[in-house]
Design a protein around this ligand. Structure first.
Ligand code: PLP
Length: 398
C-alpha cells in the first residue's frame, strides 16, 4: 500500500500564549489606536518598531497595515511618480506589481535564472532601455541573489533598490539582514509569512528624509514624536505641510501579538530550516527533478520549498502533481497557464505593458512550490518528500 499524508498545508501554529495575553491586555485598556496612549506610555506599536529596528540594525522602522502597503509607501517615499517605470522580478507575487500600479508606476519585468534569482544581464538591459530609477527587488520564495554583486551593479546603473522581504524576514546574506542592502526594506506579517498578525507590514531604512515622509504618509498626523524608531522631530519640520496622509497604520492589538513572535523568530527560523533540509534531502537525486541551489552565504528561512520539472510537458507536470494530491501532498504549479489561487507569473498582470521573456518562461513553467508550515513534524517532512519523489519518478519514467 502506498502511504498518504493527512496534514494541512495551510495550518499555521497557534498564536503563542504570551502574545494572546498581551493582546487581551490591550483590549482591556481600550487603547488600540497607536497614538492613543496613557501619559508616559510607549505604545505597543512604537515598541514593536523599536524592536524590529534593533533586530535588523536599521536606523528607522515603521509598522504599517500590510506588506503591500509598506512597498507602495517605500515607492512613494523614494519619489516614484505617475508614469515612472519601476523594475521588478518576473517571478513574484501579485501585490508587488500591484504596489507599483497603485502609485501610477509602470512595472517593467526583469527575467529570472533557473536558480529563481534575478538575471543580472537582463536587469542591466532593462534598466538602460526603460530609464527606470528604481528596482523593486522581490526575494521571491526566500531566494536571495548575490547581494553585494547586485548592489554594485545597481550603483553602476544608478538604481535605487527597494527590497521586498515578505519571504526573507529573519534571513541574511553573509551576516547582513535581508532588507538592509537597499535604500528600504519591506516586510509582511500576514498569516502565511514568518510572524503572524493576520495582516501587517514593516518598512525599514536609514534615510531620515525618506522615512519621515513614510511616517507622515502612514497617517501619523503631527504625532510622530511618540515614535521610538522614527527620524528626529526636526526632520519632520521640512516636510510636514507637504506630505499627504495616506492612512495605513499598524494598531496596538496586532503589535502586541507580534512582539513575542518577533523575539522568538530565530528559534522558528531554525525549525523551518530543519524541515526544509529534511524535504530537500528526501528529494535529492530524484531523476527529472531539479532542486534550487542555496549558496553558503545565503542564510535563508525555509518556510517553503521549490523545485523545477524542467522541460516536462504540461500533461506530465499535471500528472505528477495530481499523483501527489491524491496522496495528500499539496503542490502548487506556479507555471500553470491559468492562475489558480494566487498568481506569480508576470503575464497574469495585464495592466502592465506586455513583455516577452522566453528564458524566464521556460523556468516559470517548470516551478513547483510547496509550503512548509511549522505544524509539520520532521517525520511528516520525510514522508512528504518520499511521496513527491515517487510520484515524480512515475511520470519521469512514463
Ligand atoms: C505576501 C507578499 C507580499 C505582500 O504582503 P501583504 O502583507 O499580503 O500585503 C509582497 N511580496 C510577496 C513576495 C509576498 O509573498
Amino acid at each position: 500500500m502506498e502511504q498518504t499524508f493527512t496534514g494541512s498545508f495551510t495550518q499555521q501554529e497557534p498564536i503563542p500564549e504570551d502574545a494572546i495575553a498581551a493582546a487581551v491586555a490591550v483590549m482591556r485598556s481600550g487603547r488600540l489606536h497607536r497614538y492613543n496612549t496613557a501619559p508616559g506610555e510607549a505604545s505597543q506599536t512604537a515598541l514593536l518598531e523599536q524592536e524590529f529596528a534593533a533586530q535588523t540594525g536599521a536606523k528607522y522602522c515603521l509598522a504599517v497595515a500590510s506588506g503591500g502597503y509598506a512597498i507602495a509607501t517605500a515607492l512613494r517615499a523614494q519619489g516614484v511618480q505617475h508614469g515612472d517605470p519601476v523594475l521588478t522580478n518576473a517571478f513574484t507575487l501579485a501585490p508587488v506589481p500591484g504596489a507599483i500600479a497603485s502609485v501610477g508606476g509602470q512595472p517593467v519585468f526583469v527575467g529570472i535564472t533557473p536558480d529563481l534569482r534575478l538575471d543580472f544581464n537582463d536587469l542591466a538591459d532593462k534598466a538602460r532601455a526603460s530609464g527606470a530609477r528604481v528596482l523593486l527587488l522581490s526575494h521571491m520564495r526566500g531566494h536571495l541573489c548575490d547581494m553585494p554583486a547586485l548592489m554594485r551593479l545597481c550603483d553602476d546603473l544608478g538604481l535605487i533598490v527597494i527590497e521586498d522581504c515578505a519571504h526573507t524576514m529573519g534571513a541574511d546574506w553573509d551576516g547582513i539582514p535581508s532588507g538592509r542592502f537597499g535604500a528600504m526594506g519591506c516586510f509582511s506579517m500576514q498569516t502565511y509569512k514568518h510572524i503572524n498578525s493576520g495582516e501587517g507590514g514593516f518598512l525599514i531604512g536609514d534615510d531620515a528624509q525618506a522615512m519621515a515622509r513614510a511616517v507622515m504618509m502612514s497617517g501619523s498626523y503631527m504625532l510622530y514624536e511618540t515614535h521610538l524608531a522614527a527620524p528626529a522631530p526636526d526632520v519632520f519640520e521640512g516636510i510636514k505641510y507637504h506630505t499627504p496622509n495616506i492612512s495605513g497604520r499598524m494598531d496596538n492589538l496586532r503589535a502586541a501579538i507580534l512582539r513575542p513572535q518577533l523575539a522568538d523568530l530565530p528559534t522558528q527560523v531554525a525549525r523551518w530550516n530543519d524541515r526544509y533540509r529534511t524535504v530537500e534531502a528526501g528529494l535529492a537525486d530524484t531523476p527529472g527533478l531539479r532542486l534550487i541551489p542555496r549558496p553558503v552565504q545565503e542564510h535563508f528561512v525555509g518556510s517553503s520549498i521549490q523545485f523545477l520539472l524542467m522541460d516536462w510537458s504540461d500533461a506530465q507536470i499535471e500528472a505528477a502533481i495530481a499523483g501527489c494530491t491524491a496522496r495528500g501532498v499539496e503542490l502548487k504549479w506556479f507555471g500553470a497557464a491559468q492562475p489558480k489561487g494566487f498568481t506569480s507569473r508576470y503575464d497574469s498582470w495585464r495592466y502592465a505593458p506586455a513583455q516577452s521573456l522566453p528564458g524566464s518562461d521556460r523556468v516559470l513553467r517548470a516551478i513547483v512550490d510547496m509550503r512548509l508550515p511549522l505544524t509539520f513534524s520532521l517525520q511528516d517532512c520525510t514522508l512528504i518528500a518520499q511521496i513527491i519523489a515517487q510520484e515524480v519518478a512515475k511520470q519521469h519514467q512514463g
